[in-house]
Design a protein around this ligand. Structure first.
Ligand code: SIN
Ligand code: MN
Length: 231
């Protein structure tokens, strides 16, 4: 695992590097594999116009349908009900928001951190697996409820496995975007004023995953990303 650090990237956007311990990363990989092979497990999603996303996906809690950009209780193509979100994922999310509040409080002593980064209770977890050629174009996450978006309830993202270049900015324009490298164990949070950022994954860096994940958890070459949200 890389070095640990905690950084405010923008108001409401926090990067917790090296946040998830290797043993927890192994547990997450094993849980995702177990759930991913069962009903409602991994598949390669496609958009309405027929193009496929360059990743495999599984939804926990609620189903997100890339064809309609809507959430629902079942996924339309096989009626599978998404598995529940494992409690360990919820615990890491809660701790990451709490630690981000501490960081925001240190950054600007006069403000209430919850005004900058609101609390949320996840009822959705999207799990993406990128092979080493996987990527995801710049987009905004805006399919959650109007209230969730209006309040800026954060998206909390876990990265596990190979590192990736994550672009973010105010426009759907890669040339104007900033880049951070997300490594295994990193948690990225974007809420509050940063909830609507454009973001995407341009490159997966092959063979950068911690060896233990490959050897102990039998993680395939590539990157696992979990995003937790509140509808
Ligand atoms: C997403 O935007 O849904 C996923 C981002 C990531 O893979 O880090
Ligand atoms: Mn997204």
């Amino acid at each position: 695992m890389g070095k640990t650090s905690r950084t405010v990237l923008r108001p409401g956007m926090i990067l917790l590097k090296g946040y998830i311990s290797l043993s927890d990363q192994v547990k997450i990989v094993e849980r995702c594999r177990q759930l991913g092979l069962g009903p409602g497990g991994f598949y390669q999603p496609g958009y309405r116009e027929g193009t496929k996303l360059h990743l495999r996906m599984m939804c926990l809690g609620k189903n997100w349908d890339p064809q309609t950009s809507q959430y629902g209780d079942h996924r339309p193509f096989d009626r599978a009900k998404p598995p529940n979100i494992p409690v360990e994922f919820l615990e890491i999310t809660e701790k990451a928001i709490r630690d981000s509040h501490v960081l925001i409080g240190q950054d600007s002593k006069r403000v209430n951190p919850e005004k900058i980064l609101p609390w949320m209770s996840p009822d959705i977890c999207l799990v993406n697996f990128y092979t080493q050629s996987g990527h995801l174009g710049l987009h905004q996450d805006k399919d959650e409820s109007e209230e969730s978006l209006r309040r800026g309830l954060p998206v909390v993202s876990f990265s596990i496995g190979d590192s990736a270049d994550f672009l973010f900015g105010d426009e759907r324009d890669a040339d104007k975007a900033q880049k951070v490298v997300l490594e295994s164990g990193d948690v990225l949070i974007f809420g509050g004023k940063s909830r609507n950022i454009f973001h995407g994954i341009t490159v997966i860096h092959p063979n950068t995953a911690p060896r233990l994940l490959r050897e102990d958890a039998n993680l395939q070459p590539g990157r696992l990303n979990l995003t937790l949200r509140q509808y």
